[in-house]
Design a protein around this ligand. Structure first.
Ligand code: ZN
Length: 395
């Protein structure tokens, strides 16, 4: 090899080395620059960083259907989810992977390639209450507002079998008035008027099931004859799962003024509402804070006076589900009668709202006259004055 050859080789090697260095430096520079993103992709990435991340989809596999972008509470904090659960797609048929919180699973590809978060927002089930109203039980004569003990037992059993919790009336009031917690599926059992059949037939069943209940009695009726419960019996059951409350004094249509002057009407209302309240308080030595309007008839003035005279909770016969947004001064009840007792289970199977056709006739605010009961099928005795009731008592 000549000296010239040797120099030429050195020059070639140096040139190649220089070229290699340039290529490497160029490559390094490219690596250090992030791929340009559109503003939209950046926004998507930012929004995703606040969301739980989906498991990256293996190549060649279709991404799971995107159901809904999570906007609600963080599933990690959400009691409705646990790691063993699988959510379903919008059709409810195909399982969708749960969000994964593991940071190693962060997808690195642009959002347009990777699936977005596939999460079904949990359906938050608010506490719901059905309040049922009864009148008489196992009467010898057919009566639209009397149900058999067999039917009543079936209803109580249905509540138990389907996970409904029967809560005391005062717990319902605490829920509506002070936001106290109650089970998601709660039911309240109330009975109106003050019939002896309640003592003989309903009370033993309610005691057997261990269910609390409320008894709205109109005080003129108590102890007035064989059909009526006595004060002594009331005193006994009030200490044994029953909460005796007011149903006025003589069970009138409170909305009917009957030609009275405003002053006379007010005095009469006071006797009906405050008079009955004080009578029960005195006889039973307890606090009375709830009123069920006789015939479910009321208006804003009556409600205002009832609150003034110490009632904390007012019950109508507007048959609809009660929720946390229900006013404590307007609590609807479903009155169970011969016409709808077979629908009892269907009321409870409607998680949000009973269809109109299943609801009992309604009284709305501002409606000042009328009866919630179907024509010609008012409960026996409650159509009549307390005096005639005692005369006609058969039970
Ligand atoms: Zn009544």
């Amino acid at each position: 090899m000549t000296r010239q050859d040797s120099n030429q080789r050195l020059i070639i090697a140096a040139t190649l080395g220089l070229l290699l260095c340039m290529v490497m430096a160029c490559g390094k520079k490219n690596q250090s620059e992030p791929p340009k993103q559109t503003a939209e992709a950046e926004a998507l990435q930012q929004s995703q960083s606040a969301l739980p991340l989906a498991t990256p989809t293996p190549r060649g596999e279709a991404p799971p259907e995107v159901v809904e972008t999570l906007q609600g509470p963080d599933p990690a904090q959400e009691p409705f989810f646990n790691q063993s659960q699988q959510m379903t797609d919008s059709a409810g048929l195909n399982p969708v992977p749960l969000p994964v919180s593991n940071s190693e699973s962060v997808p690195t590809a642009p959002p347009s390639v990777e699936p977005t978060v596939a999460v079904v927002s949990p359906a938050v089930v608010p506490s719901q209450v059905w309040v049922f109203g009864y009148h008489q039980f196992q009467t010898p004569k057919p009566n639209p507002y009397s149900i058999t003990t067999d039917a009543f037992r079936s209803q109580l059993q249905f509540l138990r079998d389907t996970g409904w919790t029967v809560i005391p009336l005062q717990q319902l009031i605490g829920f509506l008035k002070n936001g106290e917690s109650i089970p998601e599926k709660s039911a309240v059992i109330t009975v109106d008027d003050g019939y002896a059949s309640v003592f003989h037939h309903a009370y033993p069943l309610l005691k057997e099931f261990g269910y609390p209940w409320a008894f709205f009695c109109y005080t003129d009726f108590i102890g007035s004859g064989r059909a009526a419960i006595t004060w002594e019996q009331l005193r006994m059951i009030d200490k044994d799962g029953c909460d005796v409350q007011s149903h006025t004094k003589s069970h009138p249509f409170l909305t009917r003024k009957g030609g009275k002057s405003p002053e006379a009407y007010d005095a009469w209302l006071k006797d009906q509402l405050l008079g009955s309240k004080e009578m029960i308080e005195q006889k039973l030595g307890k606090k009375v804070n709830a009123l069920a309007y006789s015939y479910g008839a009321w208006n804003d003035y009556i409600r205002e006076r009832a609150v003034l005279w110490g009632y904390e909770a007012l019950f109508t016969v507007k048959g609809q589900m009660v929720s946390s947004t229900t006013a404590v001064s307007e609590i609807g009840r479903v009155i169970i009668s011969k016409d709808n007792e077979h629908l009892f289970s269907r009321y409870l199977s409607q998680p949000l709202k009973a269809p109109e056709s299943m609801q009992t006739p309604q009284m709305s605010s501002g409606q000042t006259e009328g009866t919630p009961y179907p024509q010609n099928s008012m409960p026996e005795a409650v159509n009549e004055s307390a005096e005639s009731v005692s005369e006609k008592s058969k039970e």
